[in-house]
Design a protein around this ligand. Structure first.
Ligand code: AMP
Ligand code: MG
Length: 402
């Protein structure tokens, strides 16, 4: 058996960032930028008011209080989107709406809550003093021309997308998202709700893995359910490498007599078959066939998902240009005993993490067999229990969320 890190490094050394593509910002959310974006404009483009109120000369409001209001002459009203064509003189104010450009001569805005209408609509009584610049959003306060808006290698958030739109940049260069072909292997597997014949089970891996791939932002191509037949497996790999950036197979990488995936990968490319010191998901095959990485995940339903999370997903993250390749390993409190026996392996226990009074409690979720998907279904966390006797209730336990 080899340590998990060795298997992960072996894979990561053999996968590479994909090429770039230009995307409309409306489809670029969570994609990784392949370019630095700089501002060509001032944002905001002009001095404007942050509140609804009155544009004034600050000095005119000096000493204003509830009991000593200052009355100013209202010389206009400025809606957002309109450039005022008048200038504020001493003793004057202009009604102004949030986002509207400041008129010439004004150097502060009094919010409407600090005013009362005067005797007539051409007068306003101000009951608080303001200082030069109050409630004004200065031109360029957010961005200046040549400011770096987004660095290369940034995973685009909603705010980044908004920033780009605000600058009039509607296309952005990003790293391509890997298209991942997936097929299941196994003569015992069927798809459909028909009554199972003796010895048959239904294929679940293809579906759980496609869902994982989708939730992680990768594109999927379903290459189907393939029998334990060398020629058919080889044809499917050929088909897959023609249209995918990576392939994932499940089953056929263990010690069984009909485990042909590793045999085929060995014939077709540069394949390494590994026994990793983890439970579940010990067997794993990885090969590069005509430049396309192929992940041979084990067949047991929980194993295939754990193997994906630990080995395939980090590699796909790298291909997509993500800087964060591995999940954060966190520390919580074991809510129950996580007992185990010494077997030379690190155990990844299906668990659920919850917050209680500022502490994260990590609880195992039911059935832990590598064939028991029900235990996985309620899990959002894998607890990492290193070789030994396990972790007892109340003790710190490492975990990561998926
Ligand atoms: P294998 O890795 O091919 O030896 O399969 C290990 C176990 O996982 C066997 O019990 C298989 O029946 C089961 N298995 C393999 N592939 C799938 C699949 N796609 N869906 C559900 N179970 C599977
Ligand atoms: Mg099999």
């Amino acid at each position: 058996m080899i340590p998990l890190e060795e298997a992960q490094n072996y894979v990561l050394e053999r996968v590479f960032q994909l090429s770039e593509e230009k995307l409309d910002i409306s489809s670029a959310y969570s994609r990784v930028t392949a370019e630095v974006v700089t501002s060509k404009e001032l944002v905001p483009p002009f001095d404007n008011t942050a509140v609804d109120g009155y544009a004034v000369k600050a000095a005119d409001t000096e000493g204003a209080t509830e009991t000593n209001e200052v009355t100013l002459e209202v010389v206009g009203s400025i809606p957002a989107g309109v450039q005022p064509d008048f200038e504020i003189q001493h003793g004057q104010a202009a009604r102004i709406m949030t986002g509207a450009p400041l008129p010439q001569g004004a150097d502060a805005v009094v919010m409407v809550e600090w005013t009362n209408v005067g005797e007539n609509e051409n007068a306003v009584r101000v009951n608080r003093s303001v200082r030069n610049g109050d409630h004004i959003r200065k031109a360029g306060e957010d961005l200046y021309p040549d400011d770096q808006v987004i660095d290369q290698g940034t995973s685009l958030t909603a705010a980044h997308i908004g920033l780009l739109a605000g600058l009039g940049v509607y296309q952005v260069s990003v790293i391509r998202r890997p298209t991942v072909g997936i097929f299941s292997t196994g003569d015992e597997l069927v798809e459909g709700s028909q009554t199972l014949l003796p010895g048959q089970i239904r294929d679940s891996n293809r579906f759980s893995l496609m869902a994982l791939l989708e939730s992680d932002g990768f594109e999927t191509i379903d290459l189907g359910l393939i029998p334990d037949n060398k020629d058919v497996i080889e044809e499917t790999v050929q088909e897959g490498i023609g249209k995918c950036d990576a392939l994932i197979t499940t089953g056929g990488v263990s010690m069984g007599d009909y485990d042909y995936v590793k045999v085929v990968l060995n014939d077709m490319g540069d394949m390494r078959w590994m026994q990793i010191a983890i439970k579940p998901a010990k067997p794993f095959a990885f090969g590069v066939v005509e430049g396309v990485p192929v992940f041979g995940l084990p067949g047991n339903p929980v194993s295939s998902m754990v193997s994906y999370l630990l080995l395939a997903k980090p590699a796909l993250n790298k291909m997509m240009g993500r800087s964060k390749i591995f999940p954060d390993v966190l520390i919580g409190d074991a809510a129950e005993d996580f007992r185990r026996r010494v077997d030379g392996k690190t155990h990844f226990v299906r668990a659920f993490s919850s917050q209680q009074k500022g502490v994260t409690l990590v609880s195992p979720t039911g059935k832990q067999g590598s064939h028991q998907l029900s235990g996985m279904a309620n899990a959002d966390t894998l607890a990492i229990v290193s070789d030994g006797e396990g972790v007892l209730k109340g003790n710190p336990i490492e975990y990561f969320r998926f």
